[in-house]
Design a protein around this ligand. Structure first.
Ligand code: CUK
Ligand code: CA
Length: 611
């Protein structure tokens, strides 16, 4: 149990008793953390995480049109935290502070679908998460040490920024981001001739530098790009395309009997860039990738309107989900070299096309040669064996009829989109847990009105059969997730900020006026701010900068300005700032919103706005 004096509850008692003086925090060790690892149950996987125990995996969930990312403990399925990304979050102040506004550049709102981590040698390196914004066409990077967004790159020339995947090998230098919607290029008044001519709409496969968060280039296509993947060799990225027709209505998008899996040749992309074979559109290098005009894209025909694409953890196969076809297409990645060399036809890269059921959307892997595919229409997860599917394909029609590849089918509740197994997008897929991100929960929870939660179901995949263990409600609407072994993340995550990484970190409180611009600098040490009052004049442009000087783990302060709709939280050693116009005269209390101390309620000061 450790020293009882040092847990958080007792900390409040001690500090409360010690009085209001600042610096009482120093009585406590800086990193008093006593939670324990979870004990594994007997006879299969146990989901139980007892009080005081920690989960085995960090789950990173996209938040869909909430615009955020969520951190879920697996297997408990407890929501541990939310990382605001493209949204406004009034609890933390994301979208309210100057720091977050600078990153959002005036657009707080988003639609996050795919969260993926940075890699080294095919396994997460614990440095970054990347996430797309389908709404405003950008990509954010979250630094894992603070679990906070540190960069957002706006991507011109695309719409429906959707499939996203980082380079897996040798390390993440590039991240690819797809445009699901074709548009004119450029898409502005200069090109209005194209508005009514969808044949002049194009898709883009965008490549982003993961460290610099700048666009490396875009590959222009006639097709749209839906989901994305990268191989385990650093040679190719892939996407599925469901609108090779350039349709603008559903029936037009379904007109062709087939669509494509597109494969992008990174070596040739680098060569084309070095040779200057691009044109610049909106400041971005655009490479020619259209059919018949370029050798950097390979088109593998797949049944019409495919959706997910996932790479098996052994790096051998890409699995493309049929969506409107009840099959998945298995592509052997070694054959892609041959197809690029012109030795085989693109369709000869396909080594199996097994039946899985109705509405296959996404596939994940257990690391033991099995794949698990989500079936939206059937509302099932189907487990199937990759080798058996390939073998049956070789033997022919009769062998395929028996569906020898299918291992198990599990009913889920209901209408599943993505599924993901623990570590499945890495070389170290461990085949323990599967999460089925179901779009519809219907009757699985207490009725909360017409708008119901999603239903994330936890499934034990350690045995032959898929075993449903837990239902977990999720607010609208996660699309995808990854589950990362705790040891790869935990040691990277910090308990406090580096105070002076923020150029405006405050060490001395005070008010400074330059004309109509007023800067209020103050420290926060629970339960006091560094100032008791600040006086400004009506109409002043006021910048408030606050630094939390408490080093105690988990001792965060809030800063809220009454009637000014300003509210944010500062974690240990963090600095945040806001700028506002003092347009409401009077006495306005600035108070701490984040419970910090026995005298938390007294942690307040006056902002006096004089006329
Ligand atoms: S998509 Cu939503 S269920 Cu954005 Cu990965 Cu398939
Ligand atoms: Ca189509």
């Amino acid at each position: 149990m450790g020293d009882k004096r040092f847990n958080r509850r007792n900390f409040f008692k001690i500090v409360g008793a010690a009085g209001v003086a600042t610096g009482t925090a120093a009585l406590l060790p800086k990193d008093a953390i006593f939670a324990k690892s979870r004990k594994e149950g007997k006879g299969g996987l146990s989901q139980e995480v007892r009080p005081g125990e920690l989960d085995d995996y960090y789950g990173f969930w996209s938040g869909g049109h909430s615009g955020e990312v969520r951190v879920i403990g697996v297997p408990s399925m407890r929501e541990i935290s939310r990382i605001p990304v493209f949204n406004t979050d009034v609890a933390s102040g994301w979208g309210i502070t100057n720091e977050s506004k600078a990153l959002l550049r005036g657009r707080a709102g988003g639609d996050t679908h795919h969260v993926h981590g940075s890699y080294k040698d095919g396994v997460y390196d614990g440095k970054y998460l990347f996430v797309n914004d389908k709404l405003n066409n950008r990509m954010a990077r979250i630094r894992i040490d603070y679990m906070e967004v540190d960069a957002i790159v706006d991507v011109p020339n695309i719409q429906g920024a959707h499939g996203l995947f980082p380079q897996r090998y040798p390390r993440t230098e590039w991240v690819v981001l797809n445009s699901e919607f074709q548009t004119p290029v450029p898409n502005d008044a200069s090109n209005k001739k194209a508005f009514d001519n969808p044949q002049e709409y194009y898709g883009m496969h965008t490549i982003i530098d993961a460290e610099k968060m700048e666009i490396v280039c875009q590959v222009m296509l006639d097709e749209n790009c839906d989901l994305a993947a990268t191989d385990y060799q650093g040679k190719y990225s892939m996407t599925t395309s469901y609108n090779i027709e350039k349709g603008v209505t559903i029936s037009e998008m379904l007109a062709s009997d087939y669509d494509y899996m597109l494969v992008f040749h990174w070596g040739r992309i680098k060569k084309a860039l070095a040779a200057g074979k691009y044109r610049k559109v909106n400041g971005v290098k655009v490479l020619e990738g259209r059919k018949g005009r370029s050798d950097i894209v390979l088109r593998i025909p797949v049944p019409k309107n495919p959706h997910g694409i996932n790479i098996s953890p052994d790096g051998k196969y890409a699995v493309c989900c049929g969506k409107v076809s009840p099959t998945v297409t298995v592509v052997e990645l070694d054959r892609i070299d041959l197809a690029y060399a012109g030795k085989i036809k693109p369709e000869e890269c396909i080594v199996a096309q097994p039946y899985v059921g109705l509405g296959p959307l996404h596939t994940t892997f257990d690391g033991r040669g099995n794949a698990i595919t989500s079936l939206f229409i059937d509302s099932t997860n189907v487990k199937w064996n990759i080798a058996k599917a390939i073998e049956a394909e070789k033997k022919g029609k009769e062998a395929k009829k028996e569906n020898p590849h299918i291992v198990d089918v599990l009913d889920i509740h209901y209408q599943v989109g993505h599924i993901m197994a623990t570590m499945a997008e890495t070389r170290e897929a461990d085949g323990k847990w599967l999460v089925s991100l179901n779009k519809v929960s219907k009757d699985r929870y207490l009725n909360v009105g017409p708008l119901k939660p999603e239903n994330d179901q936890l499934i034990d995949i350690s045995g032959e059969k898929l075993r449903l263990v837990h239902d977990s409600p999720a607010y609208i609407e996660p699309h995808d997730c990854i589950m990362v072994r705790r040891d790869l993340i935990e040691s990277k995550v910090k308990h406090r900020y580096e105070m002076f990484d923020h150029p405006l970190a405050v060490t001395k409180s005070g008010v400074e006026r330059k004309g109509k611009k007023v800067t209020i600098r103050m420290t926060a040490n629970a339960p006091v701010y560094g100032l008791q009052e600040a006086r400004v004049k009506k109409g002043d442009e006021v910048t408030l900068i606050v630094t939390n000087h408490d080093e105690i783990v988990d001792l965060s302060n809030g800063v809220a300005i009454s009637n000014y709709n300003i509210n944010f939280v500062i974690a240990p050693y963090q600095t945040k700032s806001v700028t506002f116009t003092a347009d409401r005269p009077g006495v306005h209390w600035i108070y701490c919103t984040n419970f910090c101390h026995a005298l938390h309620l007294e942690m307040r000061m006056r902002l006096i706005v004089e006329v």
